[in-house]
Write a protein that binds this ligand. Structure first.
Ligand code: SAH
Length: 440
């Protein structure tokens, strides 16, 4: 039996097994009949969203986009190869294998066997790629299905996956990664990546703010073919600010050292990803207008030999995730040394994304300051699934860099240890930002 036939057989077997177990665990209805229980994925995620999602990943062009993100793919390669001892002779599960690239890396690092689980039509392409690399492929089994649903013949020593979306959590694939851990990973097994961190800092970017506010100006027209459009201006304005901005920005736009929120993939419960509540507390380094909260993420491969980080920080080589900024429709005014407090609340929904609730506050100053203790508070509700990809104007930052350079001496990149700890990388690169944007 060749590899392809074996896979088809295993898959067929698994589907049957799944149906049987679904029948057995089905809920009895009042009239006595039994319905097959849905998988964890199906109960949480709307079918139409899942259909579009897996259709997207079923296309080679989107897999290519991720493979061509050299920071991403190169960091995974390095993390695997530098930690051969975690793979040599081990059983590996590739959670959401896509083209199968991470399975092939694991096999290169000496894995005894890799199970490449992929739910989209990409599974067929992965099978072809793996069969076409027979020296590695003979140790890889492609399994088409969701990690929430398929069965594997043995437990894994290590999981490898690339489940990160914009702001780390977009696409809700981290939940599948955690479910895969609970279903497939042997006790004390490893996870690559091991942890993830969401980094946040307030930013000041007048250009961005004006650009967004100006988009709604269209609705200020009183005579558009004889029609007064102004009744819709307010809604249009709020609509633009409900879109998180995705682009590569200069880290000198940050007005405070960043903070972060850690997700430990090895120990967290899947339910902890349904609602993520992050308290915010910053001290402004300069007196300025705060236009919102800038966010990015990194993940750690906690290998036995080398600990390697994959970062999407501003100033680091740009990835296809870029960074994300939540822009407030009402900016705050702060003085140097002033505290900025607030909350970032992420609520998952059935379209494989999150609604973002942002609150930022600072004590009043100027008129009203003498009253003391009065907060200026600005809030925003943003939809992570509908970002504004702002990737065509990298030039505008050049001007801004010069302006901000004088303002923010404390945030100049010095390649310092502190910055690395804060999740910022040394050096500033304004990379080409005209790559095609993928979900991941
Ligand atoms: N591992 C590949 C692909 C990463 S993109 C790489 O690093 O290049 C994430 C992949 O996971 C997509 O191909 C998507 O279809 C798949 N995926 C997402 N959720 C899944 C789930 N619940 N079960 C199986 N595959 C899933």
């Amino acid at each position: 039996m060749n590899a392809t036939n074996l896979t088809v057989f295993i898959f067929f077997f698994m589907r049957k097994k799944m149906l049987i177990s679904a029948y057995l665990t089905g809920e009895p209805l009042e009239n006595g009949s039994i319905i097959a229980s849905k998988s964890k994925f199906d109960t949480k995620i709307e079918a139409s969203s899942a259909k579009m999602y897996f259709h997207y990943y079923g296309q080679l062009l989107h897999q290519q986009n991720m493979l061509q993100d050299f920071v991403r793919t190169g960091t995974y390669y390095a993390a695997v190869m530098e930690n051969r001892s975690d793979f040599e002779g081990r059983v590996v599960v590739d959670v959401g294998a896509g083209s199968g690239i991470l399975s092939l890396f694991a096999a290169q690092a000496g894995a005894r066997h890799v199970y490449a689980v992929e739910a989209s039509e990409m599974a067929e392409h992965a099978q072809r790629l793996i069969s076409g690399n027979p020296s590695l492929g003979q140790r890889i089994t492609v399994i088409k299905g969701k990690v929430e649903e398929v069965e594997l013949p043995e437990k894994a020593d290590i999981l490898i996956s690339e489940p990160m979306g914009t702001l780390l959590v977009n696409e809700r694939m981290l939940e599948s990664y955690v479910i895969a851990r609970d279903r497939f990973l042997a006790p004390d097994g490893k996870m690559f990546p091991t942890t993830g961190r969401i980094h946040m800092a307030p930013f000041s970017d007048e250009y961005l703010y004006v650009e967004m506010a100006n988009k709604a100006l269209f609705w200020q027209q009183h005579n558009f073919f004889g029609v007064d459009l102004t009744p819709l201006h307010g809604s249009a304005f709020q609509g633009y600010f409900s879109q998180p901005v995705v682009d590569a920005f200069d880290p000198r736009l940050l007005i405070s050292p960043p903070t972060y929120h850690t997700l430990d993939f090895t120990s967290m419960k899947e339910e902890e990803l349904y609602k993520i509540d992050i308290p915010l507390n910053f001290v402004a380094s300069v007196g300025t207008r705060v236009h919102g909260l800038a966010c990015w993420f990194d993940v750690l491969f906690n290998g036995s030999t080398v600990q390697r980080w994959l970062t999407t920080a501003p100033g680091s080589p740009t990835t296809h995730w870029y960074q994300l900024r939540c822009v407030l429709s009402q900016p705050l005014y702060v003085m140097a040394g002033q505290e900025i407090t607030g909350r970032l609340h992420l609520v998952a929904h059935s379209s494989q994304s999150y609604t973002i609730y942002l609150t930022m506050s600072a004590k009043m100053w100027g008129v009203g300051a003498e009253q003391g203790g009065i907060l200026q508070t600005s809030t925003g509700k943003l939809e992570l699934k509908e970002p504004y990809y702002r990737l065509s104007q990298p030039q505008s930052y050049m001007l801004q860099q010069d302006q901000q350079q004088q303002q923010l001496p404390s945030l100049q990149p010095q390649g310092s240890e502190q910055q690395m700890q804060e999740g910022l990388s040394p050096g500033i690169t304004i990379d080409q930002v005209d790559q095609e944007c993928g979900l991941h």
